[in-house]
Write a protein that binds this ligand. Structure first.
Ligand code: AGP
Length: 607
């Protein structure tokens, strides 16, 4: 996904802009560029990785204390230098960087070309620069020119504009694509993701949709207001810059898998009263009365967040006794969902910026449902647009594949299920569940300490290009999630299936060259899953078991990964860890970069 960085202050902008882009590299991109203001606008762009831009920046002088920068993930126009941002107007007096999609750009571009504007790219973004130029030609001031331009645009944008004629000033505008302003001492930063500016400040202002900010060294003025924004709009980033580095690990994905014991501790911290058997969720305290009247919950999310929601369905129904449905956000937002003010719609999202999930929440609000967020990124759009919610506290997740965020989502969903049960006077499982949750960090560490089991499974899988993940009940979503992990980082065609479905078709795939990874902890479904393993074996299938009892299945399978036993409701949190490690090791064994899988971006803020 595209990344934006801006700076205005008294220091040289270029090093700050380049550092910000390097932090945003993980989001996935195919070209990059910077523009620095110093009486004129110096724009430097390059196709490919940041190292190509760095070579050019070294060759060209780019002195100035105000500038913008961008990493581009192509949506319109091939990844070439001429399509890289920043984009400029005909005279080079205006430069801008843009995240999002301008849906009516063709008609706007045709009008501009008919009046003589010359375009140098195939992008939708460049249209904005020429529209601003056209308005400033008619003596419109920069801010008004930007406002009037955006009034004629349909689509989404996170936009930062700089003009050679308006020194030490950046204009930032947001509609559907995140922008955050970093507050420094007589300097300000702008970014599409707080991780790009955390090295300089933890004090941030999140722009809301429809807001346009004039950002100078001295302050931030919103929507033309004469008075600068005050501290009331400021929030503080709650993690540190070293959390956006690899901590000595070869990849962010491995670092984030290995830090999951701490992540679970952080997700639980301050939320469990083990003595009185109670769960405390401050983010829901203010809506307890409303929650008590809810007669149905709809969980919405995408990808791993959706699979976490499927586990949440079992947890909330079994622990709190409330009916739950789980919907893919990309489907929910286009259906005519039958929801009411007695429905709670819970959005699960690590980034809090996924376009489909954000729009699903907006649809739920239009239908007067109670909207809740289970979000990892403080101050993100979904966190701010839902009526209430619970933060994961998993820290920034840099690897494109969701690992610690997923485990944190399952942990927090368990707390939410217990909390909802409490509101309804349901307590019988609470003490056991809270005690089980408290044990999880140690049990996860035990799995991580025995990573060698994973390498045995990787050897068994060898160069396979296909495999099935199978699980039942709480472990069906883990089969789907395990398949997604393997797909997205090692490009093996993996499918997740409920074990009970095998006899309805998929078993036709099974022969000695087709491996299956079966989630079979000793739980209420073990006997059924055992039968599935025997069916696979009878057809010569290669089988890897993830189980809590090696003795029970070891003789029947080709490789076995043993994990600790916990309560059935909590077992998915442990069984998903080997699937994460398996995906990681398979990617490394195939000389792939698990942090930057092809075609993927960390946060999908476009539809
Ligand atoms: C999971 O490994 C993927 N990166 C992807 O499916 C992700 O879970 C999905 O895009 C949702 O992202 P979100 O949690 O930030 O909304």
């Amino acid at each position: 996904m595209c990344g934006i960085v801006g700076y205005v202050g008294s220091r040289q902008a270029t090093p700050i802009l380049m550092n910000g882009l390097s932090v945003l590299e993980y989001r996935g991109y195919d070209s990059a560029g910077i523009c620095v203001q110093n009486g004129r606008l110096t724009t430097i762009r390059a196709e490919g990785k940041l190292v190509e831009l760095e070579k050019k920046v070294k060759r060209f002088e780019s002195h100035g204390t105000c500038g913008i920068a961008h990493t581009r993930w192509a949506t319109h126009g091939v990844p070439e230098e001429r399509n890289a941002h920043p984009h400029r107007d005909c005279t080079g007096s205006i430069a801008l960087v843009h995240n999002g999609i301008i849906e009516n750009y063709q008609e706007l571009k045709a009008d501009l070309m008919s009046t003589g504007h010359l375009f140098s790219s195939d992008t939708d973004s460049e249209v904005l620069a020429h529209m601003i130029e056209e308005r400033m030609k008619n003596e419109m001031p920069l801010l008004q020119a930007v406002e009037d331009t955006l009034a004629h645009v349909r689509g989404t944008y996170g936009l930062v504009v700089v003009s050679k004629d308006v020194p030490q000033t950046l204009i930032a505008a947001r509609m559907g694509s995140p922008l955050v302003i970093g507050v420094g001492e007589d300097e300000h930063y702008i970014a599409s993701d707080p991780s790009a500016l955390i090295a300089y400040t933890k004090d941030v202002i999140y722009l809301d949709d429809g807001e346009i900010a004039v950002v100078t060294s001295e302050g931030v003025h919103l929507n033309g207001s004469p008075s600068a924004l005050t501290g009331s709009r400021q929030s503080k980033i709650d993690w540190d810059v070293e959390e956006t580095t690899k901590g000595g690990h070869p990849h962010f994905m491995l670092k984030e898998i290995m830090e999951q014991p701490k992540v679970i501790e952080d997700s639980l911290r301050g939320r469990m009263d083990l003595i009185h058997g109670r769960c405390i969720l401050g983010g829901l305290e203010g809506i307890q009365d409303r929650l008590a009247q809810i007669d149905r919950i709809v969980i919405v999310g995408c990808g791993s967040a959706y699979y976490a929601g499927l586990v949440g369905e079992y947890l909330i129904e079994e622990i709190a006794g409330i009916p739950v449905e789980v919907e893919l956000a990309s489907e929910f937002r286009y259906r005519k969902p039958l929801i009411s003010e007695r429905t709670a719609v819970l959005a699960i999202s690590q980034s809090g910026e996924t376009a489909d999930t954000l729009e699903a929440i907006r649809e739920a609000k239009r239908k007067h449902a109670l909207t809740l967020g289970l979000v990892n990124t403080v101050g993100s759009s979904i966190a701010r647009e839902t009526d209430a919610g619970v933060y994961n506290h998993a820290g920034p997740e840099v690897g494109v594949a969701s690992t610690k965020a997923f485990v944190s989502q399952l942990t927090t969903l368990t707390l939410i299920a217990i909390y909802l049960g409490q509101l309804r006077g349901v307590h019988e499982r609470t003490h056991a569940l809270l005690a089980g949750l408290a044990e999880l960090p140690k049990q996860v560490q035990e799995i991580l300490d025995h990573r060698e089991q994973i390498l045995e499974a990787v050897t068994s899988l060898g160069s396979t290009e296909h495999c099935l993940f199978l699980g039942r009940k709480f472990h069906a979503p883990i089969a789907y999630e395990g398949a997604l992990k393997l797909k997205e980082v090692s490009y093996v065609h993996a499918e997740g299936y409920t074990s009970g479905e095998m006899k309805h078709g998929p078993i036709a795939l099974i022969d000695k060259s087709f491996p299956s990874i079966v989630l079979c902890p000793k739980d209420s479904m073990f006997e059924k899953t055992w039968s599935n393993i025997e069916e696979l074996k009878a057809r010569g299938g290669m089988i890897i078991a993830i189980t809590t009892d090696r003795e029970s299945v070891g003789s029947l399978v080709d490789a076995c990964i043993e994990i600790p036993q916990t309560l059935e409701e909590l077992q998915p949190i442990l069984s998903v860890i080997p699937t994460q490690l398996l995906a990681y090791e398979m990617a490394v064994a195939r000389s792939l970069d698990p942090d930057k899988p092809r075609n993927l971006a960390k946060s999908v803020t476009v539809e």
